[in-house]
Design a protein around this ligand. Structure first.
Ligand SMILES: Cc1cc2nc3c(=O)[nH]c(=O)nc-3n(C[C@H](O)[C@H](O)[C@H](O)COP(=O)(O)OP(=O)(O)OC[C@H]3O[C@@H](n4cnc5c(N)ncnc54)[C@H](O)[C@@H]3O)c2cc1C
Length: 402
């Protein structure tokens, strides 16, 4: 008899954790498992802002997939997922087609299209290793251009971050710490560099407590980040951005506009005819699609709500917890056992503000400063241990204490 074929799409936090758990839980005779991913490496998305700022080399955030999967149990295909054909239970990849009996969708996020003129063409984003490296190299290129130009263009040294949510704040915190080093490298005086952050609302970090927001804004401003509140981006060009604040149109000359204004679930699954909620796939508590009981969903692609019905913000923690339940439920399904429910993830909030600073709400308690930054490092290290044991933790872990 043919073994059931389990296909996992995407090796982000949710997808790779599903694969690693399944290779431990299932015997070779129970199922054939295939993992499909764009690259030959998994990356820690929660470290991308450091890669983009240059405080952590991107190679450190990359984990070779062949080093963590058991290739005698999992077929690994490097390819792009193009579409899902539910009627025939097939997934179309760029180079081939796969049949599945059970599918796990873990395709993550991409920048949200906002319809702002020029944004797609001229803004940079931080969504994967290549985009993070591009931001770092672009900033350095502009500093180098400035240092070498006879006619100096101040737009080379103005950097604008669009969006004061977690990603924008984390990136600003890292970059402002790194600017002195970049200035030294390119013989530029630090006061010539301006790092702006535009935020449409009255305050940064929506969903964080007011005290944490005040702490974060003060910390960033004291180190030189120029925060412009209630600023609505109107247009983005290659050498300037135009925004509206206090009823007036304002301009900042810049070649570096990094859009951190929001992400959305990967739209690859949109045409698959699954039930969607807030552009994500609606799932039962056991993480099966409400429309198709051969499709499990993890991470950013899965819509989850708490007991009060409020959407749970997607985080790495959510993706990992869901992956644990999905792996367990796939094993149960193959063994004709009952599926278990995923408990709503506690909505802890955390934003770092550079290497040794941050704000967080952990189990309803507010945490400020180095303690918040340390919690993030503990989380990242714990994740590495879960994924690849001591070997991966010692190779990739962050053991910096203060
Ligand atoms: C800069 C930054 C900092 C963050 N900081 C934190 C934090 O501190 N704590 C936290 O909990 N969360 C953080 N997050 C959010 C967290 O990273 C995401 O919620 C998490 O990555 C979601 O996991 P996932 O498994 O859904 O997808 P992802 O981790 O996004 O993985 C999806 C994978 O699928 C691959 N893929 C996409 N499309 C295709 C395709 N068509 N074919 C093949 N492969 C494809 C992608 O390359 C990607 O690797 C941060 C995010 C960013 C960008």
């Amino acid at each position: 008899m043919n073994k059931p074929h389990i296909v996992i799409l995407g090796a982000g936090y949710g997808g790779i954790m599903t694969a690693v758990k399944l290779q431990k839980q299932l015997g070779k005779s129970e199922a054939e498992i295939t993992l499909v991913h764009k690259y030959d490496y998994h990356f820690q998305a929660s470290c991308l802002h450091k890669n983009a700022a240059g405080t952590l080399h991107q190679d450190h955030s990359k984990i070779k997939i062949k080093d963590i999967i058991n290739r005698s149990k999992i077929n690994f295909i490097i390819d792009d997922v193009v579409s899902i054909k539910r009627k025939t239970k097939k997934v179309k990849l760029h180079n081939k087609e796969l049949h599945y009996d059970l599918l796990v969708i873990g395709l993550g996020f991409e920048p949200r299209a906002e319809g702002i003129p020029g944004l797609d063409e001229h803004a940079y984003s931080i969504t994967d290793i290549n985009s993070a490296r591009f931001v770092r190299e672009h900033i350095e290129y502009n500093f180098a251009s400035y240092a070498n130009a006879v006619k100096k263009e101040k737009g080379n040294l103005n950097i604008v971050i669009g969006g004061g949510g977690i990603l924008g704040v984390e990136f600003a915190g890292e970059l402002i710490d790194q600017i002195p080093a970049i200035c030294r490298e390119y013989d530029i005086e630090k006061p010539q560099v301006h790092l702006y952050m535009l935020e449409e609302n009255k305050s940064l970090l929506p969903d964080f407590d007011e005290k944490l927001v005040h702490y974060a804004a003060t910390s960033l401003q004291s180190r030189g980040v120029e925060i412009i509140h209630q600023a609505t981006l109107k247009e983005c060009r290659d050498n300037k951005i135009i925004y509206e604040a206090e009823g007036k149109e304002q301009i900042i000359d810049t070649h570096t506009f990094i859009w951190t204004g929001g992400v959305q679930a990967n739209p690859v699954f949109e045409k698959a005819g699954l039930a969607l909620k807030n552009k994500k796939i609606e799932v039962h508590a056991n993480m099966l699609s409400t429309k198709d009981d051969s499709i499990f969903v993890v991470g950013e692609c899965a819509y989850a709500a708490d007991e009060k019905g409020n959407e749970i913000l997607p985080t790495a923690k959510k993706a990992i917890e869901e992956a644990t339940v999905v792996a367990k439920n796939i094993s149960s399904r193959l063994r004709n056992k009952e599926l278990t429910a995923c408990q709503p993830v506690k909505q802890d909030m955390l934003a770092t503000l550079g290497r040794d600073d941050g704000v967080a709400t952990i189990q309803n308690r507010m945490v400020f400063g180095w303690k918040a930054a340390l919690i993030k490092r503990i989380f990242d290290n714990h994740y590495l241990y879960q994924l690849g044991g001591w070997h991966l933790l010692l190779k990739k872990g962050n053991f910096h204490l203060l």
